[in-house]
Design a protein around this ligand. Structure first.
Ligand SMILES: *Cc1c(COP(=O)(O)O)cnc(C)c1O
Length: 669
């Protein structure tokens, strides 16, 4: 078809606001910000047609890796606010910290995520596109993102407001369509934005609709409801944000003419979608409606389940809506629990790992029969580094097309006997590690030094400072076997005072170690984000994961690491529970095999730290036997483990995950 026809067909399907003045520069000649328009046209037609398997996927956050994966191009200047800024580093080489900073990819990731939940949603939507599923994603346009993290010595973390400009973010477009939700005493007006998540072949795209309360029609206060992700100072703002996602989302789907069969709720956050649909229905009709709702729970922590007092809900939403919420979500007199509500209105419910399923069963015994599990995964084309991909491509007679089918990674087991594969994989890893060392070159890292990383959200149950419990032990190991490089990164939720304390404790310890920098280098990076994650999960030797079992629902960053042949040092929790026999590294620490929900406040740090150092000692010893100052023993069992990590990636990816969702949760083929 002629290119201009494609553009006009797109414009007939999508009502772009300000097309003539602004967006015509980037949506033209058959391209959408440099990507093929037919992918979008096909997806839009499917969603507006009568397909009985259309899915609407709801999530508060999305981490799309848009700064490096399927990157859109724009002919307009990118606002400097949308580019990454130079960041400080905090290490035990303070002189370098003082003089130098670092900077990742130029374009920032679309700043509408905070951590693992968002990245999982992003990876899921990308995989939906790869599978050409008729799906649409619903989220929020967080106008001030999550937050920018600064470290302050003697304080810990200082959150700063983040600024970005949606109007010049490549691939993001405003729509002419508007929707309104009606609450008890007022209406909220929502602007709609659209982003397209392309398949890796760029032959299909899943639309992502983002809801935005910055409208002149709203009161000043309400305009800020979609400012900051997880800024929920008051029950009022929490309820409003949830109402916007759920009710606004359903209204947006209708406004855009999408026919939806399955409404997929992630967390209780989106359950207002059900209320919106159920309003005014008979009990028979509500029973039928439930068949169209499914729910994924992502948290095992008791406090993670949203609860609201009846009075707070009543002061915001309509009487009738409250009636529905109370009918289906009453935990006890005067209290509504959104997890219960979500379970009671859904026809399929799942936990995100086997371990998490057991925890949910213990927490909600009456729902034992209906709570299933689908273990999380990661999107292979996003997370496999180019270097490792090149090795897999070199062995394509064995692997075939890994991007289309990461399940073939299983074959890495058979290739363990192939010397060329062993050296290729090692070399690819060294190249990635070199890239990381170059990124931090002012800090003098070496690719032949044992390197371990802890990077994720800073939350108490994840026990961020465990590796620093006994600094003398680390120094002793470094003296005995060879130097050690440690990298930390992670944000604490701005209201999580305990999280600040952890960061401060770590900064303090690192500061006291300047004397041993030649053998023990510890580096803390600000503003952990997807671009940093991409570099770290492929560039270090060992990925450390030490949550207190059973509080990690799944965890995904270790999965990103195994796709790059990076070994695991982990407690037995989340996804690792299902991978314990896969020879991925070492497992240590407290075991809660029954997955009974123990005491979250007893973090068991001294005991588990001792076990951590014992396991670490084995790994460091083996590492330096394998890499003796650059002289490599290619027969080492270290390299067996690297291959076994890759092989485990055959299971812990989003293609396997979506196959299970299709079968167990969505009932589609
Ligand atoms: C993958 C990822 C996470 C998830 O980390 P967990 O290991 O699941 O705790 C968090 N933040 C970012 C930026 C990620 O890329």
């Amino acid at each position: 078809m002629d290119e201009n026809k494609l553009t006009s067909e797109f414009l007939s399907l999508v009502q772009v606001d300000n097309y003539d003045n602004i967006y015509s520069q980037d949506i033209k000649e058959g391209k959408y910000f440099g990507m093929p328009l037919p992918a979008i046209i096909e997806a839009e037609k499917q969603l507006k047609g009568d397909v009985d398997s259309n899915i609407a996927y709801f999530s508060m956050e999305y981490g799309l890796a848009s700064s490096f994966y399927n990157k859109f191009i724009t002919s307009r200047a990118i606002d400097p606010k949308n580019k990454s800024q130079e960041q400080d580093v905090f290490s035990n080489y303070r002189l370098a910290d003082y003089f130098f900073g670092i900077r990742t990819e130029d374009l920032i990731d679309l700043p509408i995520y905070s951590g693992g939940l968002g990245v999982l949603a992003g990876d899921t939507v990308k995989t939906m596109a790869d599978y050409k599923l008729p799906a649409v994603a619903i989220g929020m346009l967080w106008n001030t993102g999550y937050f920018r993290q600064r470290f302050w010595f003697k304080y810990g973390q200082m959150p700063e407001q983040m600024h970005w400009d949606p109007a010049t973010y490549p691939g993001l477009i405003p729509l002419k369509n508007r929707v309104t939700i009606s609450l008890g005493s007022e209406d909220i007006y929502l602007r709609l934005w659209k982003y397209y998540v392309y398949s890796y072949r760029q032959d299909y795209a899943v639309p992502l609709i983002l809801l935005d309360s910055r409208s002149e029609l709203n009161t000043e206060k309400n305009r800020h409801l979609t400012d900051q992700l997880y800024k929920s100072d008051t029950p009022w703002s929490k309820i409003m944000q949830r109402a916007i996602l759920g009710m606004g989302g359903v209204r947006a789907l209708k406004e855009l003419g999408y026919n939806i069969n399955t409404f997929h709720l992630n967390e209780g956050h989106a359950v207002f979608a059900f209320i919106e649909k159920a309003r005014g229905l008979s009990s028979e009709e509500i029973k039928e409606l439930k068949r169209h709702f499914v729910y994924t729970c992502h948290t095992p922590v008791e406090a993670g389940h949203d609860r609201f007092f009846a009075g707070d809900l009543n002061s915001v939403i309509k009487q009738e809506d409250f009636g529905l919420m109370y009918q289906f979500g009453k935990e006890r007199e005067g209290l509504v629990n959104l997890t219960l509500l979500s379970m009671n209105v859904s026809s399929a419910i799942n936990a995100v790992s086997l371990s998490h399923q057991k925890v949910m069963h213990a927490q909600f015994p009456e729902y034992k029969r209906v709570i299933k599990y689908v273990t999380n995964g990661v999107h292979a084309p996003t997370w496999i580094s180019q270097k490792v991909m090149a090795v897999l491509e070199k062995f394509s007679p064995v692997f075939g097309d890994v991007k289309a089918n990461p399940m073939v990674l299983k074959k890495a087991e058979d290739l363990k006997v192939d010397p060329e594969f062993r050296s290729g994989l090692w070399q690819a890893h060294q190249d990635n590690k070199q890239e990381l060392c170059a990124f931090l070159n002012k800090w003098g890292l070496s690719k032949d030094v044992f390197t371990i990383c802890w990077a994720r959200r800073v939350a108490a149950y994840k026990r961020p400072s465990m590796l620093l419990q006994d600094i003398n032990k680390l120094i002793e190991l470094a003296k005995k076997y060879g130097p050690i490089q440690v990298i930390f990164a992670g944000k604490a939720h701005p209201k999580d005072n305990l999280g600040f304390t952890y960061i401060n404790e770590m900064l303090d310890k690192v500061d006291g170690l300047s004397q041993v920098y030649d053998i023990l280098k510890i580096i803390m990076l600000e503003n952990y984000d997807i671009a940093l994650a991409k570099m770290l999960v492929s560039g270090v030797d060992v990925w450390l994961n030490n949550p207190l079992p059973p509080f990690e629902a799944s965890g995904t960053s270790g999965m990103k690491a195994i796709l790059n042949g990076v070994l695991q040092l982990s407690t037995l929790d989340g996804w690792v529970f299902e991978a314990a026999d896969k020879n991925m590294g070492r497992i240590f620490g407290y075991r809660n095999e029954e997955r009974t929900v123990g005491d979250e406040h007893d973090l068991r740090i001294p005991d588990d730290a001792r076990q951590l150092y014992a396991a670490l000692e084995e790994m460091i010893g083996l590492y330096y036997k394998t890499n003796n100052k650059g002289k490599i023993d290619f027969s080492s069992s270290w390299i067996d483990m690297m291959a076994d990590c890759l092989a485990a990636g055959a299971h812990f990816n989003t293609y396997r995950m979506l196959d299970e969702y299709k079968k167990i949760i969505w009932n589609i083929s």
